[in-house]
Design a protein around this ligand. Structure first.
Ligand code: GAP
Length: 514
């Protein structure tokens, strides 16, 4: 299936199977705002829990907090967001469409990368088993030429943005001959900066109301609480503070479904360290976070690092973990070495000391910070799109199956009485549901022929179907069918709990990080 078709299928499947709806759909929706439906809310919660367990529960030196969305407005002055949290925008004079100038250039580079991939595929076909991809991309003249072009363009873009040289960003767009993707016109305005924060007001009367912002990242709630947590938790450096929660950005080019939203959720962790140790911790967190992703078994080749050319105003090193979404490799998570920028800024603006006394070294310092920051919605999209497959079966029919990692699946098992009208079967099936639901999310499904029910559960992502039939009444056995292999086994009802637990248990999955 072509990537664009695959992505359309992802969006329609997410709606049809109760995962994601457009917000306020009955009023024709609100652009780049989405609601999570009955299955989506469960999947999102399971991803959040999987992250929290790995980051907080499994680390003795990381604790979690839940800071408010509203923060004192000076927070955003100190953090640099009021002055520097901007996107460079460009308008097309003919189509009147607005674009992010850097995204236009990056999309141009993605097309060149597409050419590299084509060369690789061609060579793979030509050389068969003897093909060595690493050697090919590091020696083939055409590939090297393409890669050099990408590197030169991105370097220039990074430098122009860093130097706030917006005229050069426009010049780059014109030199590359980039056209409006919709109209094909190359008639561009100048590039301008646009602040992404949403403003709101606190207070009832117009003259006393205070201007507030909806937080554009959860991280600042951690920074301003650094000393509170350190003192009350008696934390010793190195230690981390984690939190998950909503963030808001007035994204101008909001597209690609839940990839870029105006209201979204982040899972962030700030790791406070001794100045000078940031390089080793940067490597540690790159490695640890990649292992977390890979533990979900979504294909090791679907991840890659992308080091930033243009560093954010607070960072001395930064990399993205990119995932192979249906529209190509894009940022899924950021790992940033934020130095002591944020704590120092908050010290300056609040007039309060945010320092740490290191008893071992007998010195006071402002800690450096290593940040891991992942979008929960983006992770949802990675998991959902990667799991959705159309499988051609031996008899030639096609089965749509959502092969979600079982640990994340919203419903772990569906219990199906073979015949709806047989009261003994429905009664036994409901008893099994009542028993299993103490530990797992379990569904009961009695409508339609059993084959159709299997397909329905496959498409919804349920890892197990348990069927109760005439024999079950006689000997307390049922069949348990596995979503991915479609294999069916006859087992005793007493065994169900352990069979399901083995596949969905968080410990089994997180152990893969070791
Ligand atoms: N505290 C650092 C920070 O916010 P970021 O790279 O701007 O860094 C971190 O964002 C992560 O948040 C991204 O890697 C992405 O997964 C997610 N994210 C950012 N903007 C988003 C948006 N508009 N919609 C959905 N997720 C977004």
């Amino acid at each position: 299936m072509a990537n664009e078709d695959k992505f359309k299928k992802v969006i329609s499947h997410a709606k049809e199977y109760g995962y994601v709806f457009q917000s306020s759909e009955i009023y024709d929706g609100l652009s780049a705002v989405y609601d999570y439906a009955q299955n989506g809310a469960e999947l999102k919660k399971n991803i959040r829990d999987y992250w929290w367990k790995a980051m907080v529960q499994m680390h003795d030196n990381i604790v979690g907090i839940d800071a408010a969305i509203f923060m004192h407005p000076t927070t955003w002055k100190a953090s640099g967001h009021v002055d520097a949290f901007n996107d460079p925008l460009i308008d097309n004079k003919d189509s009147k469409k607005r674009y992010r100038a850097d995204v236009l250039v990056e999309d141009y580079c993605a097309k060149i990368e597409g050419k590299i991939n084509k060369e690789v595929k061609k060579a793979e076909k030509r050389f068969g088993d003897a093909f060595n991809k690493d050697e090919f991309v590091s020696t083939n003249g055409r590939v090297l030429g393409y890669q050099e072009k990408i590197d030169t363009i991105l370097k220039r873009l990074g430098q122009s943005l860093e130097n706030e040289d917006l005229a050069d960003v426009k010049a780059l767009i014109e030199e590359l001959g980039i056209a409006d993707p919709l109209s094909g016109s190359k008639n561009w305005t100048d590039v301008k900066q646009f602040n992404l924060m949403f403003g709101t007001k606190l207070g009832a009367s117009a003259d006393t109301a205070m201007d507030l912002y909806l937080r554009p990242e959860t991280a600042q709630g951690i920074f301003v609480n650094f000393l509170n947590v350190q003192k009350t938790g008696r934390m010793k450096i190195p230690f981390g503070i984690a939190q998950t929660g909503k963030a808001f950005r007035n994204e101008i080019v909001a597209r690609q479904f839940i990839f870029r939203m105006r209201e979204f959720e982040q899972m962030e962790m700030q790791f406070f360290i001794k100045p000078g140790t940031q390089k080793e911790w940067f490597e540690y967190w790159k490695d640890t976070r990649l292992k977390w992703h890979k533990s979900l078994g979504m294909g090791d080749d679907n991840y890659r690092f992308h080091d930033h050319e243009k560093l954010a105003h607070y960072a001395d090193a930064a990399t993205d973990i990119e995932f192979n979404f249906p529209f190509g490799f894009k940022e899924l998570e950021g790992i940033h070495s934020r130095t002591d920028f944020d704590l120092k800024q908050h010290e300056e603006y609040s007039g309060k000391k945010l320092q740490y006394f290191d008893h071992e070294d007998n010195e006071n310092y402002t800690p450096y910070v290593l940040e891991t920051s992942i979008g929960l919605d983006r992770m949802f999209l990675a998991v959902f799109s990667n799991s959705l497959v159309d499988e051609t079966l031996e008899d030639g029919t096609v089965r749509t199956v959502l092969k979600l990692p079982a640990v994340l699946a919203p419903t772990k098992a569906a219990v199906l009485p073979l015949v709806r009208k047989d009261e003994a079967l429905t009664k036994m099936a409901k008893t099994i549901v009542d028993d299993l639901k103490w530990e797992f999310n379990v569904a009961y499904d009695e409508k339609d022929a059993v084959g159709r029910r299997y397909r329905r559960q496959d498409a919804a992502g349920t890892p197990f179907c348990i069927t109760v039939d005439g024999e079950s009444i006689e000997d307390n056995t049922v069949t348990i069918r596995h979503r991915d292999t479609m294999e069916q086994k006859r087992v005793n009802v007493e065994e169900l709990r352990d069979i399901i637990k083995k596949e969905v248990d968080v410990k089994e999955w997180l152990m893969k990080m070791k």
